[in-house]
Design a protein around this ligand. Structure first.
Ligand SMILES: [Zn+2]
Length: 164
């Protein structure tokens, strides 16, 4: 069912329900729709006027229609570690943060990022299964300890986020 606001040639406006828009169009063509007030069959669709008076306020706070585009998806939530690092970066002296950012930039420029495969790759390099090269990535506390026990050289640095 669809509600149309209609207006006759004399300016009377009224609302009428139709099964669907096609039904309305068919009835309009055959001048089957008569004005509710004067019976005039020259009826056209009037724009749906915003309701005035009592209802006006309610219209303003109405939620968008169901068909409205959904709000953009929220960015992925940072992990607790990332949040901790971001909080730390916010509270560290500016000089220190800049120094760490420089180190980060150097590492990114000169080393290969291996992501969370750091421990795996560091071991391969240590045991000669991979080319000797600089790598960087993330690893867990346990893995880091294991690497240290195996005598694998690696450094840790606070990987602070860029920007503010
Ligand atoms: Zn009329």
């Amino acid at each position: 069912m669809i509600l149309y606001r209609l207006r006759c040639s004399k300016g009377h406006e009224f609302e009428s329900w139709f099964k669907d828009s096609k039904t309305y169009e068919r009835q309009e063509k055959k001048t089957l729709i008569g004005c509710a007030l004067c019976g005039d069959s020259k009826v056209v669709r009037a724009p749906m006027a915003p309701r005035l008076g009592k209802g006006a306020k309610k219209v303003e706070v109405e939620k968008p229609a169901a068909g409205a585009p959904a709000a953009p998806a929220a960015p992925p939530t940072p992990t607790p570690e990332q949040q901790q690092m971001a909080a730390m970066a916010r509270h560290m002296p500016k000089e220190l943060r800049e120094a760490l950012l420089k180190v980060r930039a150097e590492v990114e420029k000169n080393c290969e990022h291996v992501g969370d495969k750091f421990a795996e790759e560091a071991r391969k390099i240590h045991y000669g299964e991979s080319d000797k090269r600089g790598i960087y990535g993330e690893t867990s506390e346990q893995e880091a300890e294991a690497l240290a026990e195996e005598g694998i050289e690696f450094g840790r640095l606070p990987w602070i986020p860029r920007g503010n």
